[in-house]
Design a protein around this ligand. Structure first.
Ligand SMILES: CC(=O)N[C@H]1[C@@H](OP(=O)(O)OP(=O)(O)OC[C@H]2O[C@@H](n3ccc(=O)[nH]c3=O)[C@H](O)[C@@H]2O)O[C@H](CO)[C@@H](O)[C@@H]1O[C@H](C)C(=O)N[C@@H](C)C(=O)N[C@H](CCC(=O)O)C(=O)O
Ligand SMILES: Nc1ncnc2c1ncn2[C@@H]1O[C@H](COP(=O)(O)OP(=O)(O)OP(=O)(O)O)[C@@H](O)[C@H]1O
Ligand SMILES: N[C@H](CCC[C@H](N)C(=O)O)C(=O)O
Ligand SMILES: [Mg+2]
Length: 487
């Protein structure tokens, strides 16, 4: 067992009362999970202040408390450590507790509004194909080389991150790619980790329910780059107008990538088809199975990262041509009768518009674009008419259906979506509450060369109706229906 003193190494301590040479079992930041001989770290949260739970934690068996203010009534035999920031202290302690696992592998963080899951997952795929043991921390799943674990957050809390990094150390993982969300940076979940590189994708309006202003959201992202060590690389998309801002104060080595402007890593889209993208990256041509122009950015950042991590140019290009689409991110298949089905996680107006515009850009002729979409229940209701409007404007046919209605009446949600349809588009839309039936109808309506977009649930493998979850997988269901229709 480690002592509290060991675990506090490098923590910015303001005051201590009690013994720090005590052996501790685990670090816990939720009083409800405390057991005998644990250290309770009080965090000022979004909803409540962890300092109000100090007494409860002690009653449950905590022998030490890390807090920003030492309570008035201190209890004999309990060690109190005052720190300036509970979340930062937790991050450093988590790293110490798990043996500073980020120092024993090459950790790369990906941040930005869109593309994090895609880039991190494809880098995982590419380095696996290159023969390395690799780790992944993503919205969709956590991978310790081949072992898969369930993800609860895009960027989990610092104890969870470090516990997986330690597992990766035990498995001999050499590279780990992780998504770094703005919530994660703001709550210091990644503080205390040693990154070898950071990638910036892009920035658009998002999460303004959490961050007060766009400037605050941007500055939180920038903080990730400000804190990179000087040995690390900082790789930034400078076609995005906030790219340069991200690099402004970093100590890391700076590299840029772009499609439209001069940059260290440049690519050009030579062909953009449903069959894939033909890219020219730094004078070499490469075909990829991934589709959509935004994937040119993702692939370019992957190319640059692999090169910065020491892989050979020619090998990287070969591996890029083998990459497969990421689960629920513009994931597609072409059925025997040449119907292309795309499954995408787009569950916001912006994302849906982006996906539909991308598909419309690669449509070549008069093929139909049939969109199946719904909106989740118990979530932002203002997006419903907007998504109805976008789906009906940018598709040949839009079928409105249920996403995860949760506790809401599915028909009420669908009616709200229908409200956004403009009169000239009425005849393009229909509504079918049952999602499987809606997908089936789309498949029956589609002819050779048509495209079906199933939006909103991406990688999800369940549907939640009336608070009850049952198995549901857009990709599998569409594949099964189209395979059977073909027979
Ligand atoms: C808004 C938000 O990000 N909340 C996160 C935050 O919780 P919080 O600040 O609300 O915590 P709180 O309830 O106020 O409690 C404060 C402290 O008191 C403790 N407590 C509380 C009650 C009690 O009885 N005893 C006790 O000790 C809590 O354990 C906590 O330490 O810290 C928790 C622990 O790390 C997170 O699990 C939680 O994520 C919630 C569940 C969440 O949904 N977060 C989402 C928004 C999120 O983080 N998303 C991003 C990605 C977004 C994207 O790009 O799409 C992500 O990285 O996943
Ligand atoms: N580089 C990009 N630029 C713009 N849009 C993108 C880009 N990459 C992916 N997308 C689109 O955004 C959606 C989300 O992509 P992805 O899951 O990779 O992003 P993310 O940053 O991980 O998002 P989240 O915050 O939801 O975890 C995709 O379904 C795709 O439609
Ligand atoms: N992180 C988002 C995902 C939404 C996905 C959509 N399928 C839904 O269930 O609404 C949320 O929970 O609001
Ligand atoms: Mg993600």
């Amino acid at each position: 067992m480690k002592t509290l003193k060991d675990i506090l190494y490098k923590v910015h301590i303001e005051a201590v009362t009690g013994d720090t040479t005590i052996a501790v079992r685990e670090l816990v930041f939720d009083s409800r999970k405390v057991q005998l001989n644990d250290v309770f770290i009080a965090i000022k949260g979004y909803e409540v202040d962890g300092h109000s739970y100090i007494e409860k934690a002690i009653k449950a068996g905590a022998i030490a408390v890390i807090c920003e203010e030492i309570p008035k009534n201190i209890i004999n035999g309990i060690t109190y450590v005052q720190v300036d920031n509970g979340s930062s202290a937790l991050a450093v302690m988590a790293s110490n507790y798990y043996g500073n696992p980020s120092e024993n592998l090459k950790l790369i963080g990906v941040t930005g509004t869109n593309g994090k899951t895609t880039i991190a997952t494809l880098l995982y795929q590419l380095f696996k194909k290159a023969g390395y043991k690799v780790g992944l921390l993503s919205t969709v799943k956590i991978l310790v080389d081949d072992k898969e674990y369930k993800a609860t957050h895009t960027t989990p809390d610092s104890l969870t991150i470090n516990s997986y990094l330690q597992k990766m150390n035990h498995e001999g993982v050499e590279y780990c790619f992780m998504e770094v969300s703005s919530h994660g940076i703001h709550q210091k979940r990644t503080a205390g980790l040693v990154f070898q590189g950071g990638i910036f994708t892009n920035l658009s309006h998002d999460h303004l329910d959490y961050h007060d202003t766009f400037a605050e959201y941007r500055d939180v992202k920038k903080k990730f780059f400000d804190e990179l060590p000087k040995e690390a690389f900082c790789l930034v998309n400078i076609d995005d107008k906030n790219g340069l801002v991200m690099m402004q104060n970093t100590k890391a080595k700076k590299y840029t990538y772009a499609l439209k402007t001069y940059a260290d890593y440049r690519a050009q889209i030579l062909e953009n088809r449903l069959a894939g993208l033909l890219l020219k990256i730094n004078d070499n041509e490469v075909w990829t199975k991934l589709i959509g122009s935004f994937n040119a950015y993702n692939l370019l950042s992957i190319y640059a990262t692999a090169e910065l991590l020491g892989l050979e140019e020619i090998e990287i290009l070969r591996l890029i041509s083998e990459l497969e689409s990421v689960s629920g991110r513009f994931e597609y298949f072409i059925s025997k009768n040449k119907i292309t089905t795309i499954v995408d996680y787009a569950h916001t107006p912006d994302a849906l518009k982006n996906v539909l515009e991308t598909i419309n850009n690669i449509r070549t002729g008069n093929e139909q674009l049939i969109t199946v979409v719904g909106c989740g229940g118990d979530r932002d209701t203002t997006k419903r008419p907007k998504m109805g409007n976008i789906a009906s404007t940018l598709s040949t046919k839009a079928i409105f259906t249920s996403d995860n209605p949760r506790s809401e009446d599915p028909m009420t949600i669908i009616e709200a979506i229908e409200k956004g349809v403009e009169p000239q588009n009425y005849k393009k839309t229909l509504s079918i509450t049952d999602r499987k039936q809606a997908i089936k109808t789309a498949c029956q309506m589609a002819n050779e060369n048509d495209i079906i977009l199933i939006a909103g649930k991406g990688h999800e493998t369940y549907q939640e109706i009336n608070g009850k979850r049952s198995d549901f997988d857009d990709y599998k269901i569409a594949k099964e229906i189209l395979d059977n229709l073909n027979e």
